[in-house]
Write a protein that binds this ligand. Structure first.
Ligand SMILES: Cc1cc2nc3c(=O)[nH]c(=O)nc-3n(C[C@H](O)[C@H](O)[C@H](O)COP(=O)(O)OP(=O)(O)OC[C@H]3O[C@@H](n4cnc5c(N)ncnc54)[C@H](O)[C@@H]3O)c2cc1C
Length: 419
């Protein structure tokens, strides 16, 4: 067990946000210790983007984030942009490409991002404690210039400031914990109820029985849920699974969905299916099943016709206007109520977290607890699918690091720069 060690900043959580914050704060001259309980560094970066890390989105802006306080993320996002992150990649010679709608991925591997952040931390002379659990955190006036006292597996640590970067609750098997929320509560901050987000949705067995045969099928849809400020709407790919729905369309909408709510899908989002059905009725003697299969995957056409109580062999001219209208409505406004989500095991992120109304948007510091900062996913700022969550991790980390450096230079929160 080591004796008490003193640092300007202790950062708990060496994921995307913690690594970035440590690197920047260290390079700005602060003495930083970075603590993580995991044995492998930055697992979420490693598994992200199918192993290639969708590290940012070139179009990232405040409109791509959900929060009880939607304006909160503006300041940090404006001061550290996707371009800034690309400059960092360029300095490390990391090649990247754009995949889809501004989503940027590594050409080679997500490991490149981890190595880059490790090198940036080395340049900032960051001290590491990993794997290392933090048992208690206290803020004591008796600590003088170093009021934050941490008891850890690696001994006692005293710091002028404490940064909580422990992320959200998704994927507990790779180290997610509620530690950040507990520390927030310990210091009197509120938590916006955490919920799994960017997660597949499930349906009860009887609702889903007619569709289990569609498992594996994918198509572009328009999906929506909610009302007013809480409404979400995306044009993305949908994937049928054995238990329900997944794919980018559903992951996106899951962040807006609340239990008990319905979602509505338009399975033919790029054309007016009702008009097309009536046109076909007037012009041809084609069979309904064949006609639909021209517009959507054949398996889906079959399931839909069967579900509507119509025969796929029925000739278009034999079908009543009412039946065609009902079929078109079922296709373009398929409304269904999920019974739940696949939960923390499958969620890519957490919606909710430390209530931002208690934090400064410029410094990420708790308003009522000087020297205590929260960055990254632990905060109630949740990005859409597509690189937005990492951009928030980088931007909030940099805002916090710069603010700590400025604060210490100005002698605020009882501290000097590196001594
Ligand atoms: C499968 C998957 C794929 C994803 N793909 C993308 C993507 O391509 N693009 C994108 O933008 N986002 C993606 N995300 C989301 C993204 O990974 C997170 O939003 C981002 O990692 C959050 O960064 P963070 O630093 O706040 O938290 P994390 O990266 O989760 O880091 C938190 C760190 O805190 C540590 N920790 C937790 N509890 C404790 C404790 N009690 N004591 C000490 N240490 C602790 C953890 O070990 C971890 O290292 C993906 C997520 C998942 C699960």
């Amino acid at each position: 067990m080591r004796a008490m060690e003193k640092f300007d900043v202790a950062i708990v959580g060496a994921g995307a946000a913690g690594l970035m914050c440590a690197a920047v704060a260290g390079q700005l001259g602060l003495r930083v210790v970075l603590i993580d309980h995991a044995t492998r560094l930055a697992e979420k970066i490693r598994i992200s983007g199918g192993g290639r890390c969708n590290f940012t989105n070139i179009n990232a802006g405040p409109g791509n984030y959900l929060s009880e306080n939607p304006r909160f993320c503006r300041s940090a996002l404006a001061r550290y942009t996707p371009r800034d992150f690309l400059d960092l990649l360029a300095r490390h010679g990391i090649a990247w490409h754009e995949k889809h709608r501004g989503q940027l991925f590594c050409d080679e591997s997500a490991e490149d991002i981890i190595e880059m952040l490790r090198r940036e931390c080395a340049a900032g002379r960051v001290h590491w404690r990993m794997p290392c659990a933090v048992h208690t955190v206290a803020h004591t006036a008796a600590g003088g210039a170093h009021p934050y006292h941490l008891t850890t597996d690696a001994g006692h640590i005293a710091a002028k400031r404490l940064v909580v970067a422990t992320g959200g609750l998704s994927i507990p098997k790779i180290g997610a914990t509620d530690w950040g929320y507990r520390i927030a509560r310990q210091f009197g901050l509120e938590i916006v109820e955490p919920r799994p987000a960017l997660v597949p949705l499930m349906f009860d067995a009887s609702t889903w029985a007619p569709f289990t045969g569609l498992s594996g099928l994918s198509l572009e849809v328009d999906v929506s849920t909610g009302k007013g400020r809480d409404a979400g709407n995306f044009l993305e790919d949908l994937l049928f699974t054995h238990r329900g729905l997944s794919g980018p369309a559903i992951l996106q909408i899951s962040s807006f969905w609340t239990p008990g709510q319905s979602i509505t899908l338009n399975l033919a989002p790029t054309f007016d299916i009702e008009a097309a059905l009536f046109e076909a009725k007037a012009a041809s003697r084609r069979q309904l099943g064949n006609l639909l299969a021209q517009w959507v995957p054949a398996r889906l056409a079959e399931a839909w016709v069967a579900n509507s109580g119509l025969s796929p062999q029925a000739r278009m001219q034999e079908l009543s206007d009412k039946a065609l209208r009902a079929l078109a409505q079922a296709f373009s406004g398929w409304t269904l109520k999920p019974c739940g989500s696949e939960g923390w095991r499958k969620a890519e992120v957490t919606r909710g977290g430390v209530d931002t109304r208690a934090l400064s948007s410029a410094t990420l510091e708790a308003r009522t607890q000087p020297g205590l900062h929260f960055i990254g996913e632990v905060v109630d700022v949740t990005g859409w699918l597509g690189g937005y969550n990492f951009q928030w991790a980088w931007a909030s980390a940099v805002a916090c690091a710069r603010a700590m450096s400025e604060g210490m230079r100005a002698g605020q929160a009882g501290g000097d720069a590196r001594s």
